[in-house]
Design a protein around this ligand. Structure first.
Ligand SMILES: Nc1ncnc2c1ncn2[C@@H]1O[C@H](COP(=O)(O)OP(=O)(O)OP(=O)(O)O)[C@@H](O)[C@H]1O
Length: 310
């Protein structure tokens, strides 16, 4: 039985005429899920709901199988790390080592060795107060401190924003190393396709406040493909569409060739074979293409709807 780190059931948050949700999502423990979507789609709101920084208007949230009526229990709060889009002001006057000392009192499993290692790898200036750091320097401190708190659940809101490519690579490696060592869960909101590619086990797209579902990244890439087939003209392509419902973006590609996108490409290839249609070639879709089609309502095959894993 898989434990879900968090589960959201019909969660709705209303914000000045805009509605986020209903969100149904179950994040299995031990994996990295990437929250993707356009600006304003509701990613930060979802992360803040999971920390109880804001309260849902409807629905229920479970943390490790239990709901929480008031504030999150201290035990649990200490096992959740959050790196927000913008840092708070509380630690602004402190040097990194001073702030780390404070945090180490709060987090019982504070990993000083990891904090020092990451601060060195990230080249965070030790003699600059947090409030005076550049955006990227501060972000690197926040990431080092978040990982050093030994979280069971790590919530990262666009962590790469402001990082140079070297720091970005260090962050990716640090997150991968952390999840290999611990049975932790990471939910990361991101706009970077490469970040999703490198890190995510699951992809969770949001659009206009709606959570579209949750899909395993590798299965998603394996299933979706553009396929080129022999077709004499638009009539033949239309016949093929009638035979194989669900083909997306069918188009003629010039003399004797047509192409389309299939969400379950291996099955479609089998059917094409049975129909005697010659396949001329195929390619996997890019993540942007997959998300674009998903947002338009084409759900990937075998989608985990976020109703819970078992
Ligand atoms: N405190 C707030 N009060 C009112 N509306 C809010 C508040 N915070 C966010 N919103 C609205 O909720 C919607 C979702 O915002 P949210 O910050 O969750 O999006 P996002 O996906 O994280 O965007 P981005 O990629 O730009 O960071 C937006 O339309 C935003 O205007």
């Amino acid at each position: 039985m898989t434990t879900n780190a968090v589960e959201m059931r019909g969660v709705i948050k209303r914000r000045r005429g805009k509605t986020i949700g209903p969100v149904n999502l179950a994040l299995p423990e031990g994996f990295i899920a990437a929250l993707v979507g356009k600006n304003g789609s509701g990613k930060s709101t979802l992360l803040r709901l999971l920390l109880k920084l804001i309260q849902p208007d409807e629905g229920e949230i479970l943390w490790y199988g239990s709901p929480s009526s008031g504030e999150l229990p201290l035990e649990l709060r200490r096992r959740i790390a959050y790196v927000p889009e913008l840092p708070g002001e509380e630690e602004g006057d402190l040097l990194p080592a001073e702030a780390a000392r404070f945090r180490s009192h709060w987090y019982p499993d504070w990993d000083s060795a990891l904090f020092t290692e990451l601060m060195e790898k990230f080249e965070v200036p030790a003699a600059t107060r947090l409030g005076k750091m550049s955006k990227g320097e501060r972000r690197k401190y926040e990431l080092a401190a978040a990982l050093a708190s030994s979280p069971r659940l790590l919530l990262l809101d666009e962590p790469s924003s402001g990082l140079d490519p070297f720091a970005w690579k260090t962050m990716i490696e640090a997150l991968q190393a952390y999840i290999e060592r611990r049975r932790a869960t990471i939910l990361i909101s991101t706009h970077l396709v490469e970040e999703v590619r490198r890190l995510a086990d699951y992809i969770v797209p949001m659009d206009g406040g709606r959570l579209l579902g949750m899909a395993e990244k590798d299965a998603l890439f394996a299933a979706w493909a553009r396929i080129w087939v022999q077709a004499d003209g638009p009539e033949e392509l239309a016949e093929l569409e009638a035979e194989l419902p669900g083909l997306m973006e069918p188009q003629m590609e010039g003399e004797g060739m047509a192409s389309f996108v299939a969400a379950n490409s291996s099955e479609i290839r089998k059917r094409l074979d049975e129909l005697g249609v010659k396949v001329k070639g195929s390619r996997s879709l890019e993540l942007e293409e997959i998300l674009g089609l998903w947002i338009k309502g084409h759900e990937p095959a075998g989608l985990n709807s976020g109703e819970g894993l078992s």
